[in-house]
Design a protein around this ligand. Structure first.
Ligand code: NAP
Length: 318
């Protein structure tokens, strides 16, 4: 028997379509509805057969749904919640997939009617690709999904969202919402910001140097370019909506970078050696905790917290 009668996913891009595929493959719903603001996306979804119905009319899509998943960019969650609010069925659970949680909670919860519950969620899984074609059901097995319910969130609603993600292969972690934004600020948002900066700097170089940057990119730069190819809308929204935490970790990072700069200028090899030994130990601890693939030479793509699985370094998240 299906876990849910009707699930509606709003935003059928990488995350929404991956979740949709996992729901269909695992028979988790009697009916799965795709809602997206793009008719082109809806047409593609029907062509791929990855939802039972697809529509751009969000108000129709959510009617009678037991669970409504907002899988749109973080900055669009509030506006979508406002649109669907009056059409939610009695007792419906609304959840999201946003990479930032505190600002989404604030933007969405004010539109959730008293007879419904909002349970914020964040699957720690992704790639640098977007759109319904880029999704795959295998995105979630072995990954964490963080839920950030408040103290007053009804446990039954939390359990429903937990069961949905567990059935897709995720392991659930319940976390304080501010703590989530700080932790992800360090493990995901800062690495993306660094990648965008490095690739941006290379883009500004003189033409002749730029050619060589591309030619000899295998020396570490290539991994940064993969991350810096991530969706600009999604990442714009992440930084704007996690401003406080990102600025805090960025300040710490800048101070540490200045220390390294000083050590290089002064020829302080001992300082550099000790710092690089410490960081190597962290990498080994991550591998020992089955959070990364020891075979991978790519450090940056290992920033995906995972539970288990053979190809730990193959995705970038958010
Ligand atoms: P995506 O591939 O760009 O998909 C987002 C979809 O939502 C697009 O089809 C987009 O349509 C649609 N959309 C945008 N605004 C909408 C609106 N107002 N109403 C209805 N549909 C709308 O993005 P994604 O990577 O799946 O990310 C979705 C969410 O998951 C984001 O909140 C992100 O922070 C989170 N997340 C992402 C990752 C990752 O690695 N990508 C990982 C974990 C969580 P248009 O393109 O036509 O605007």
């Amino acid at each position: 028997m299906a876990l849910f009668d009707k699930i509606c996913i709003i935003g059928y891009g990488l995350i929404g379509s991956s979740l949709g595929r996992a729901i269909l493959e695992n028979g988790l719903a009697n009916k799965l509805i795709c809602a997206d603001n793009s008719q082109e996306v809806c047409d593609k979804v029907l062509e791929l057969g990855i939802a039972d119905e697809a529509t751009i009319i969000l108000e129709d899509a959510v009617q009678e749904a037991d669970i409504v998943v907002l899988a749109v960019p973080v900055g669009a969650c509030g506006e979508v919640a406002a649109r669907i609010s009056r059409f939610l069925k009695e007792g419906a659970v609304v959840t999201d997939t946003g990479s930032v949680k505190a600002s989404v909670l604030e933007a969405v919860s004010r539109h959730i009617p008293d007879h419904c519950v909002f349970v914020p969620a964040h699957p720690i899984a992704g790639t640098e690709n977007s759109g319904p074609e880029s999704g795959f059901s295998g995105l979630f097995p072995g990954r964490w999904c963080i839920l950030t319910p408040g103290p007053d969130t009804p446990i039954r609603a939390v359990e429903k969202v937990k069961h949905l993600w567990e059935a897709c292969g995720c392991t659930i972690e319940i976390m304080d919402i501010k703590h989530h934004d700080l932790v992800l600020g360090i493990t995901s948002h800062l690495p993306h910001l660094i990648a965008y900066t490095i690739v941006g700097t290379a883009t500004d170089l003189e033409e002749d140097i730029k050619d060589e940057v591309i030619k000899f990119s295998a020396g570490g730069f290539r991994d940064f370019t993969r991350i810096a190819a991530s969706d600009p809308v999604m990442w714009r929204d992440v930084f704007i909506n996690n401003k406080e935490a990102v600025l805090e970790v960025l300040q710490r990072f800048t101070e540490d970078l200045t220390e390294l700069q000083k050590a290089i200028r002064r020829g302080n090899g001992d300082f550099l050696f000790h710092r690089f030994t410490e960081t190597r130990d962290i990498r080994r601890a991550i591998v020992d905790a089955h959070q990364a693939d020891y075979r991978s030479a790519s450090g940056l793509r290992s920033d995906v917290p995972q539970v288990q699985g053979p190809d730990k370094d193959s995705c970038s998240e958010s």
